[in-house]
Every structure is written in C-alpha cells, then in structure tokens.
Design a protein around this ligand. Sequence first.
Ligand code: NAD
Length: 420
Amino acid sequence: MNLHLYDSPTFRMACQQFDLVADFMNIPESARDRLKMPKRSLSVSIPVNMDDGSTKVFMGYRVQHHLTLGPTKGGIRYHPDVTIGEVAALAMWMSWKCALVGLPYGGAKGGVTCDPRTLSNGELERLTRRYTQELIPVIGPQVDIPAPDVGTNEQIMAWIMDTYSLQIGHAVPGVVTGKPVLLGGSLGRREATGRGVAYLVSRAMDTLGIQAQGATAVVQGYGNVGSVAALSMAKQGIKIIAVSDAFGGIYNPNGLELNQLDAHVAATRSVVGYAGAEPITNEELLLLPCDILVPAALERQITEENASKIQCRIIAEGANGPTTPEADAILTQRPEIFVIPDILCNSGGVIVSYFEWVQDLQSFFWSECEVLDKLFRLLEQSYMQTLNHSRKHNISMRFAALSLGIKRVYDAKSLRGLYP
Ligand code: NAD
C-alpha cells in the first residue's frame, strides 16, 4: 500500500502499532489496509485577512478514518507542526479509542498549520470561520463532529457552531462538542479528559497497591488536559512536583501550589518563571523520580533514548501517541512500570463529547453529577476490560487496549460486508 499522502513519523508510528496488533490478532492481510487507511481526507487552503492588511494562506486538514459505526468524531488542532500525516494518525487512534470505550463513532481529526499564540483574536476568528466554511461538505451532526484539541478551545468551537449554523439556517449545536455550556455544551466537558486521566491513575494505584497520600506526580504539558489532571490528582492527595509547557518546566520536590501556579499561568501564559519552583527542561522533567508520570503535550515524547531512564511506577498517557513503538518495546521489558495507554487514558474527553452530542440531539441536558457518574462508569468498565484482557493474554495494557478497539472495528466491518 502506498502511504505517500500520509507519510510522516506519526502516521508511520500509528501503522506500526496497528501492524503489531494485527499480527497478534491474526487479522488476514486482505483486511489490514481496509482497517488502516483513512476513508476520506480533505486538504484546504484558508485565506485569512490579517490585521496588518496582508492576506495569508494557511493549510488545513480533516481526516475521517472509518465510517463503519456511525459519524466520525475527533478534535481540531492548531499548531505549527500540523501535517496531514499527523492528522491521519490522530484520526486512526480516535477510531480505536471510540471502539474501545464503546462509542458509536469512527475516528476523525482536523488541524490547521498555524501558531495560534501569534494570531490576534480577530485573525483566529477569521481563520476558524473560513476553515469551517471549507469543511462544510464533510462535517455535520450525523457526518463528522469536531471538538477541541491542542491550541483550540471553547471559543473556537463556538465560532465553528455559529459558522455552520448560519449556512444551515438554524442553530445546530450538535455539529461540534466542547462548546460553551450556554450554546449547548455539556457540563463537565472542559475538565473531562483531565478528570478521566486522574480517575484512571487512581484505579492503577489501586491495582498496584500505591497510596495517594505521599505519592508524587510529574505532568508534561500544562494545558487543558495536563492542568486538570494535575488538579484532580492533587485533590486525591497526590503531590505534583513538576509541570511543563512548550516554554519549559518547573520543579519543586516539596510540591507545587497549584492555585498560585494557575494565577501565574493566567497572567503570563506559561508555567515558566513561577516563583515557587526551580526551572527544569522538558527532557529532564520526564526523567524525574516520581510515582506517576503524565505526558499531556504532544506525540513521540517517550522514545528509545529516554525510555530506559524513566523513573516512575505509572505512565498515564494524557496526550495522544506520546510513546513511540521503540520506547514501548523497552517499557515492556520494565514490568515495574504500569502504562495506562493513550486510547484508554485520555478517553474521558471523547466520552463526554459523546454525552454532549447526545444531549444536543435530544435538546435535553444533564446535571454535572449525571455526566460524571456516566463518565466514571464507562471508564471503569473500559479499564477493567483492558486490564483483564492484558492479564488473560499476558500482553501489555497498550496491546490489550488496541486489540480490543481494533477487534470491534474489524468485526463491524466484517458484519457490514464489502459493497458491491
Ligand atoms: P492544550 O493546547 O490545552 O495544551 C497543550 C500543552 O502542551 C500546552 O501547555 C503547551 O504549551 C504544551 N506543550 C506543547 N508542546 C510542548 C512540548 N514540546 N513540551 C512540553 N509541553 C508542550 O492541549 P490539550 O487539549 O491539553 O491536549 C494535550 C494532549 O492531550 C494532546 O496530545 C491532545 O491530542 C490530547 N487530548 C486532548 C483532549 C482534549 O479534550 N482536549 C482529549 C484527548 C486527548
């Protein structure tokens, strides 16, 4: 199969993971490309009038990985390194994630190659609206439902919902999730991914017999996922000793005061320079001795260079694809480290996105308590299924999660058959 269109380190990594699991599951060669290759992708150029009077053209993408189980679902990333290959890999992981936790979706992902921190609010709005306009033929509440990811937030989801609704002629809240609650967003969505990470960390600690009191955690990427995961772990009694963002990291072995840190981040837009800690690089941060390491930034952070030097008991993958297959092979030889793999660990986000979509379709909204109760039930079920599968077959948690997710998509495709 020619991967040329999507060829990139991240897409190759997703394919490599898939092939290893497909070998383990004895999926016939004839079915593999059909499972692996994205069903559809759209590349768009996005002309934007900039504040200085110039017109700049940005590249945007949307990849829909499979359409077998329902509409597709996945976030939109604004980041300078976005490529169609990265977006395709993230779409594939969304497919296995949705299937693992039992949601009636295929995976999708979108992205625009830009640095949102250098754009004014007006530029960001014009870029988002034009990108949405270009995507209108391929998105919709029954077709493909975007959500926030790195570099995007509730406001951007509100502009997407507004642009789409203006085209249709009435409000269509179900076209996007992660919206402000006032526009049909779900209570608990903003915090869902980070809270889910912390819930699964507590379940992993139960499994390993680690007490929260006295345990320490390190978080790479203090954005939506990382900051909420840190706060939720701190509420369980875990001490957060280091965090980082794209500008660098901070470390205090006695624990960070998160309320003060959040005030510093709100004022400066970075954790760097926080007075109550020492500076540390992102590379050093990953190697700190701790009980829980939460990569919650970008892909390919735990690699064959650092995997043997990591000193933690639990890796909780808040980010998508933070561990390369080469690093995975090293971690598999280190049974003292328990990995909660990305497609399980960060699934709280898409689970509550699903709840938001269901609430929008019914125009009937739930309390935060109902949302959290349903979220934790689904996470508990998915955690136990993955743990039991891993123990039964003596395979890693990642292998167990991927094989459960891939099997559901494979079985669904087999049941639907191949037309014509
Ligand atoms: P975000 O934009 O809110 O935060 C990302 C954070 O990572 C920022 O603090 C940024 O400065 C930092 N960062 C970027 N590059 C870095 C680097 N090289 N080293 C250290 N930090 C770096 O994004 P987010 O929504 O929190 O997403 C983080 C990860 O979680 C991504 O992998 C995303 O795909 C995944 N994820 C997000 C959601 C969600 O609901 N938002 C759901 C599932 C998975």
